[in-house]
Design a protein around this ligand. Structure first.
Ligand SMILES: [Cu+2]
Length: 131
C-alpha cells in the first residue's frame, strides 16, 4: 500500500514537471527573436497579482505598459465580500472569483490611460493605469 502511494506521488510529480516544461517551451517559442534578451523574467509579459481582501481590490491601482501582454492573477482571500466577480468592462471581461483560487486573466491594453475594474455590481473598484 505504501509503495503504491509513493509511486503515485512519483508519477504525479513527473507529470507536473512535464507540464510546466511544456508551458515554458511554448511560451519561449511564441516570443519573437530578440525579445528574449531584453526581458529575462517573462518575456514581454507583465505579471500582476491582485487580491480581494476586506479592503477591496488590493492594489486598487497598478501600472502596466501599453501594447504589452498582461497576466493578471486575481485571488479572492475573504469569504464575505461583494467582490465575488471581477469585471473589466473595457475588455469585456467578467470572471467569477472562487475563494482562495487564483484566477488568471490575460489581456493587452493598447492605449495609455486608465481602465476601471470592479465587482459585478460596480461598487468595489480599482483602476489599471496604462502607460
Ligand atoms: Cu459588488
Amino acid at each position: 500500500m505504501k509503495t503504491t502511494i509513493l509511486s503515485l506521488i512519483t508519477v504525479l510529480g513527473v507529470a507536473f514537471v512535464g507540464l510546466s516544461a511544456c508551458a515554458k517551451d511554448s511560451r519561449t517559442e511564441s516570443l519573437p527573436e530578440g525579445s528574449r534578451q531584453t526581458s529575462a523574467m517573462t518575456g514581454n509579459e507583465q505579471v500582476v497579482k491582485l487580491e480581494v481582501t476586506a479592503d477591496g481590490f488590493v492594489p486598487a491601482s497598478f501600472k502596466v505598459r501599453a501594447g504589452q501582454p498582461v497576466k493578471l492573477i486575481v485571488t479572492r482571500k475573504v469569504e464575505r465580500t461583494c467582490a465575488t466577480d471581477i469585471v473589466i468592462k473595457e475588455l469585456k471581461i467578467s470572471a467569477p472569483l472562487p475563494l482562495h483560487k487564483a484566477v488568471e486573466l490575460n489581456f493587452t491594453l493598447d492605449k495609455p490611460g486608465k481602465v476601471r475594474f470592479a465587482c459585478a455590481m460596480d461598487m468595489i473598484a480599482g483602476e489599471i493605469v496604462v502607460e
